[in-house]
Design a protein around this ligand. Sequence first.
Ligand code: ZN
Length: 115
Amino acid sequence: MSHTPGPWGYSAIPWEEGFGASFGHDGKLVAFVYGHESSDEITLLFQDVPETDEEARANFALLKAAPDLLEACRVLVSERDADVKCPVCMEDSGCLLDCPVQLARVAIAKAEGRS
Ligand SMILES: [Zn+2]
């Protein structure tokens, strides 16, 4: 089961009340999120939908797992002290940019809206 490949772009949607956004890739809608109050004035950047139910189900599974993946990244990073040699990339202080621990830090910042 393969999800729609990333990176997923997004488009914030004008919303009278709350927040709305669509996520997708290559013009294909992956997900739509909103705060409350539906509107007829939605303009979707991503007009197409996944070509197969299998792809849509894979996208659903990936989105459903997002909170668990975030928590796993937080646990991974919290177990690393920046002043101690990283057991993954073996750097004495800090990590290499492509170290999985560093990639987890970047993913957490993205998930928390800090990047
Ligand atoms: Zn590292």
